[in-house]
Design a protein around this ligand. Structure first.
Ligand SMILES: C[S@@+](CC[C@H](N)C(=O)[O-])C[C@H]1O[C@@H](n2cnc3c(N)ncnc32)[C@H](O)[C@@H]1O
Length: 215
């Protein structure tokens, strides 16, 4: 984490003030941290931003309260880990995962500075999940923005969500999100959608929340 300019922020979720250490002014790091793979696919360091969808998901997790206490939860594409931190505070056992190692360093630091001592941090690409077991809950904020991610994420739910498990996704009302949920339906899941509004900086944004279960 030392190689990043950092700043500190506090996000109020329910009755908790969640302390987050985040990258200061990530726009300035875009060039340095962007990279192309051998097929020319561009990777942008989205994890260095805190997204409205994370706050929307965190509020939803807080509202679930006791219902997630003791549940085994996987967060994919966790970034700074806000929603997972709230789940831990509600008594869940959380595995934070992201394919960016540095994102996990921030997520771990953030969890620890909010008093969370027992959680797991796994560097995992959702194209190649690595678990030997299934989860009660899988959740994610703002991970379905690119169509090529839909198939692997749906497969991950099929393989790693318990038969009676629940997935919870949030996204900032993007036009293409409907395509992901068509895939979800085609693959034997059903979902319920709700909407909330999140203010971050001076802007208010709509965040959609989807609670997904098997048919
Ligand atoms: C838009 S950011 C959202 C971060 C965080 N969930 C939030 O809402 O603030 C997308 C996240 O997904 C992660 N990600 C992107 N592609 C991934 C992949 N193939 N496997 C695992 N994580 C990935 C990124 O590193 C980043 O943390």
């Amino acid at each position: 984490m030392n190689e990043y300019p950092i700043t500190h922020t506090t996000i109020e979720i329910g009755n908790s003030q969640i302390k987050l250490t985040i990258v200061d002014d990530p726009d300035h790091l875009l060039d340095k941290l962007s990279r192309e793979d051998c097929d020319g696919k561009l990777y942008l360091p989205y994890w260095t931003y805190l997204w409205e969808s994370a706050i929307g998901l965190a509020w939803h997790v807080f509202a679930l309260g006791d219902m997630i206490s003791g549940q085994h939860i996987l967060e994919i594409g966790c970034g700074y880990g806000l929603a997972g931190i709230v789940a831990c505070k509600e008594g869940a056992n959380v595995v934070f995962s992201d394919f960016e190692y540095d994102a996990l360093l921030f997520a771990q630091h953030n969890a620890q500075q909010n008093g969370i001592s027992s959680a797991d941090y796994v560097q995992m690409d959702w194209n190649a999940p690595c678990f030997q077991y299934q989860f009660d809950v899988i959740f994610a904020s703002d991970v379905i923005y690119e169509e090529q991610t839909w198939r692997p994420i749906v497969d991950l739910l099929k393989n790693y969500l318990k038969l009676d498990g629940t997935a919870i996704f949030s996204e900032p009302n993007r036009k293409n999100a409907g395509g992901f949920f068509k895939e979800i339906r085609k693959n034997g899941f059903t979902f319920e959608k709700s909407t909330c509004f999140v203010t971050l900086g001076n802007k208010e944004k709509q965040v959609n929340l989807y609670t997904i279960q098997r048919n």
